[in-house]
Design a protein around this ligand. Structure first.
Ligand SMILES: Cc1ncc(C[n+]2csc(CCOP(=O)(O)OP(=O)(O)O)c2C)c(N)n1
Ligand code: SF4
Ligand SMILES: [Mg+2]
Length: 312
């Protein structure tokens, strides 16, 4: 049961005056993460919009010690820092509660360029939280395709629509046998908050992926970020789930589709609300293209329903 949004702490770790676009989903998500983690944390960032938005010392937009690292090294850098603070504590050179060490990366820095070091950190079960805010493209450099970009999407490197489906990164992380994996999105802030609070309490590797509809890449009105996020979940294009020690449970409204109590909405309306699809869905082959995307969504729901039954 998610905490009510009215009961979220007043604490703000994302400060006013940062350089993000209006309606930026990454910044909204980070605000919720800040409420859940509190001030005692160390943040690592790979190159992405969240770095471009944060400003420069001494006027950082994020109220944590922040370290900018290379694209490929979120897993290894966060591992080094978490081990360093634990050893300092053992040697009596660090007093008080250990900080939460977390990496904050985009889908480019997680699915693609950062995957190798992240996979290695997961296999070692390092005591970190890796957050992927997934806007389904390399937004900061002008919207190029990533491994998280869904089939049929226009990006500057897929001008006629991406041909391949996205990969299921959260499931790949689960298959590393780590203690906690979760998916979330900005339209369900209390669900996100609860998941981060839980991750903070668990020792070992935690992975949380947040769908982050970006008006620039997805081509919608920046006032509609939350609406797009909700439509993604209601259509089943984004599934809300978590896995404690390998056991998958689904969160509402996804849980209702999985149990068959309710059907997800058709993806058409969700797709047509976004310029990155709608431009490509106006031609003579529109019906087949929509059917192909709907097929990917239906397959993923069916696959996750069956995958959740496996717990040995
Ligand atoms: C090795 C390397 N390649 C390319 C870049 C240029 N670059 C900076 S940010 C960025 C996009 C990152 O995409 P993502 O991780 O999805 O974050 P987003 O921009 O979408 O927030 C790229 C390609 C870089 N900094 N380092
Ligand atoms: S381009 Fe998208 S992800 Fe980047 S700062 Fe703007 S709204 Fe946020
Ligand atoms: Mg991205």
């Amino acid at each position: 049961m998610a905490t009510s949004i009215k009961k979220l702490p007043d604490i703000e770790q994302v400060l006013s005056g940062n350089g993000a676009c209006g309606g930026c989903p990454a910044t909204m998500a980070l605000r919720m993460v800040g409420k859940a983690l509190g001030p005692n944390a160390i943040m690592l960032l790979t190159p992405a919009c969240s770095v471009a938005s944060m400003g420069m010392t001494p006027k950082l937009g994020y109220n944590w010690p922040c370290i900018n690292i290379t694209f490929a090294s979120a897993g290894s850098s966060a591992s080094g820092i978490t081990n360093a603070v634990e050893i300092m504590k053992e040697k009596g050179r660090f007093e008080g509660e250990l900080p939460t060490v977390f990496s904050w990366a985009g889908d480019g820095g997680t699915y693609d360029i950062g995957f190798q070091a992240l996979s290695a950190a997961a296999e070692r079960n390092e005591n970190i939280i890796h957050f992927c805010y997934n806007n389904e493209a390399y937004s900061n450099t002008g919207v190029q395709r990533s491994g998280a970009t869904p089939r049929g999407t226009f990006t500057t490197t897929t001008p006629t629509g991406k041909r391949q489906p996205k990969k299921n990164m959260a499931l790949l992380m689960l298959e590393h046998n780590i203690p906690y994996v979760a998916t979330a999105t900005v339209a369900y802030p209390a669900d996100l908050y609860d998941k981060v609070v839980k991750a903070k309490s668990i020792k070992g590797m935690k992975y949380i992926e947040i769908l982050a509809p970006c008006y620039l890449g997805w081509q919608f009105d920046m006032a509609d970020t939350v609406q797009l996020s909700r439509m993604a979940v209601r259509s089943g294009a984004w599934l809300l789930w978590e896995a404690d020690n390998g056991r998958i449970t689904f969160n509402n409204p996804t849980a209702q589709f999985i149990s068959g109590k309710k059907n997800p909405e058709a993806v058409d309306e969700y797709l047509m609300k976004q310029g990155r699809f709608s431009r490509l869905l106006q031609g003579p082959d529109a019906k087949e293209r929509i059917a192909e995307i709907q097929g990917d969504v239906d397959r993923e729901i069916a696959f996750m329903r069956e995958r959740a039954k496996i717990f040995i």
